[in-house]
Design a protein around this ligand. Structure first.
Ligand SMILES: Cc1cc2nc3c(=O)[nH]c(=O)nc-3n(C[C@H](O)[C@H](O)[C@H](O)COP(=O)(O)O)c2cc1C
Length: 402
């Protein structure tokens, strides 16, 4: 599936998470590159994810004792070694022949958590086996655990079967994607589809499905019928919760009103995310949504765990999100690209890079453990100036009902 164009540069030359992107571009087939790098419409939602991290500055404190550092975090009832995780990405077989098993092997070696997509190239059981086999090699000492991202199938019987499979396989928590009532308009993919059709003399090119995963949509992120659920509502959380019986996180929350509802409906976490800019055009960046919650509903942080993903490319930025109250931050494309160019070694190196950046920044910010972070350590004025306000359009906009 992932036809290699050219061998990537030596792994030692990768010193930032962004370096994996360049290496992957050299390596991946055009199809796979478009799948990973594309975003919705003009790319605005993806770009604001990338930009907004740099619009918050630190306010470092000096001469604090930072000889030893604790980067661990309690996440959904379990100790996590790091405050960042690999977020859900489908069809990793398009990145590397080792696919998800190669990713979780690297994750387990480095002790980082990973959320496994519904749309994987390999089955959820095969992926869990790869994790457990690596665990065995390190005498079960890796703190890594696997969570599962759920695209709720429209057929409820099918959905229940999938949830039961995931439970039996041993996944820790269920991350329900709630921003996908349909698929975003992936512009680069549309161009590719049109070109493929032209090349085939007007015949639609059907991409190969993920052969080893009955629940995997077709390669390239083009969904198969029945996997994006336009009828999903808050009421569905009750039966999913009953079926699952473990921690639930809603992935793709983009407003403070919906965080309030998530609290009311009793889920354990929300992942603030615009799907890496791949779904709605002109979405808020995840960081902007986080600011909204910090400003208008700070009680949320005591009621559930708040996660963020989108555009994070530097370990230091994890600290910005944590200062605002996030529990942990998800990283997507850098891991896709690292896996694509270097397989398991790339996944390990990407984790090392982000961890080192996080540790350097903790020291210079003057914190020795993550529970010392607070909003006073950052200046978010630039983003706050642009943040949504309940009274932006006068009294009528208060109908937003915070
Ligand atoms: C190649 C790729 C595949 C993705 N597949 C899924 C998926 O199957 N399910 C899902 O909920 N989100 C999916 N996402 C969105 C990610 O979970 C995440 O929200 C996003 O990638 C974070 O932004 P970043 O890539 O800039 O770090 C995918 C993103 C990419 C780049």
């Amino acid at each position: 599936m992932a036809a290699i164009k050219k061998a990537p540069a030596c792994l030692d030359l990768c010193v930032t998470a962004d370096d994996f992107e360049a290496a992957a571009k050299e390596t991946l087939s055009e199809k796979s590159w478009v799948y990973a790098s594309s975003s919705a419409s003009s790319g605005l939602s993806h770009q604001s994810n990338l930009d907004d991290w740099s619009r918050i500055n630190f306010r470092p404190r000096i001469m604090k004792k930072v000889n030893t550092l604790d980067t661990s975090r309690d996440v959904l009832g379990k100790k996590s070694k790091l405050p960042f995780f690999i977020t859900a990405m489908g069809t990793l077989g398009s990145a590397h022949p080792g696919a998800e098993p190669a990713l979780v092997t690297g994750a387990t070696r480095k002790g980082i958590n990973a959320v496994i997509s519904t749309a994987t190239s390999k089955s959820p059981e095969t992926i869990m086996e790869a994790h457990l086999s690596e665990q065995k090699k390190v005498n079960n000492r890796s703190p890594t655990r696997l969570d599962f991202q759920l695209y709720v199938p429209t057929d409820r019987t099918k959905a229940k079967t999938l949830i039961q499979r995931i439970k039996v396989a041993g996944y820790h928590s269920l991350w329900i994607t709630v921003d996908s009532s349909t698929q975003g308009k992936r512009t680069a993919d549309r161009y590719l589809q049109a070109q493929e059709k032209l090349d085939e003399g007007g015949i639609e090119v059907v991409r190969e499905a993920a052969a080893e995963n009955d629940f995997g949509p077709a390669f390239g992120g083009r969904p198969t019928a029945g996997y994006l659920h336009p009828g999903l509502t808050w009421e569905d959380i009750a039966w999913i919760s009953e079926e699952w019986g473990g921690p639930i996180v809603l992935k793709g929350i983009q407003s403070v009103e919906d965080v309030k509802l998530a609290v009311q409906y009793g889920v354990q976490g929300v992942l603030l995310s615009n799907h890496g800019g791949r779904q709605i055009h002109s979405a808020p960046s995840a960081l902007m949504t986080l600011l909204e919650i910090r400003s208008y509903y700070p009680e949320a942080f005591d009621k559930l765990e708040v996660f963020v993903d989108g555009g994070l490319r530097d370990g230091a930025d994890v600290l910005k999100a944590l200062c605002l109250g996030a529990t942990a931050v998800g990283v997507g494309r850098p891991y896709f690209y690292a896996l694509a160019a270097y397989g398991t070694d790339g996944v390990e190196k990407c984790t090392e890079i982000l961890t080192e950046e996080l540790e350097i920044c903790m020291k210079m910010l003057g914190v020795s453990s993550l529970d010392q972070l607070h909003p006073g350590l950052i200046n978010a004025s630039r983003l706050l100036n642009e943040m949504w306000r309940p009274d932006s359009f006068g009294p009528s906009s208060l109908k937003a009902k915070l």
